[in-house]
Design a protein around this ligand. Structure first.
Ligand SMILES: [Ca+2]
Ligand SMILES: [Ca+2]
Length: 133
């Protein structure tokens, strides 16, 4: 099952970076509602920043290699390279956990929030789907 897990993590990473090719879009958006459900660990219909980052951190942990970081080329090639460049803040060719989470924190900051700073599950889903284009 390792391959399936890696494929899912990669698909989510691709979707997260907003760089899916058309043929991968249905697959990714199909999984997005499951991803939002997985993020909302307390099932209150909203995703807090902590829930979002915990989820992204788990995705990162699935991708990292023996060096404990993720090589740029592990994320993918093509369109993805722009997102990876944005993540790799110190340009060492690897995306560290801190770099990845800082990128994800910035994404969360852009999402529509409730007065309490939460993202409604529907808005999270909308953001994730829109960002695959
Ligand atoms: Ca929640
Ligand atoms: Ca780096």
């Amino acid at each position: 099952m390792k391959t399936a897990t890696l494929s899912l993590a990669l698909a989510l990473a691709l979707a997260a970076a907003g760089a899916l090719a058309d043929d991968g879009k249905a697959f990714a958006t199909g999984n997005m509602s499951e991803a939002v459900k997985a993020m909302d660990t307390d099932h209150d219909g909203m995703v807090s920043e902590a829930e979002y980052l915990r989820y992204q951190e788990a995705q990162y942990d699935r991708m990292k290699d023996g060096a404990g970081t993720v090589a740029d080329d592990a994320f993918a090639t093509g369109n993805m390279s722009e997102a990876v460049k944005a993540m790799d803040a110190d340009h060492d060719g690897r995306v560290s956990r801190a770099e990845f989470l800082s990128y994800q924190r910035a994404r969360f900051a852009k999402m529509k929030k409730t007065a309490g700073g939460m993202v409604m599950n529907a808005d999270m889903l909308g953001y994730l789907k829109a960002s695959t284009f």
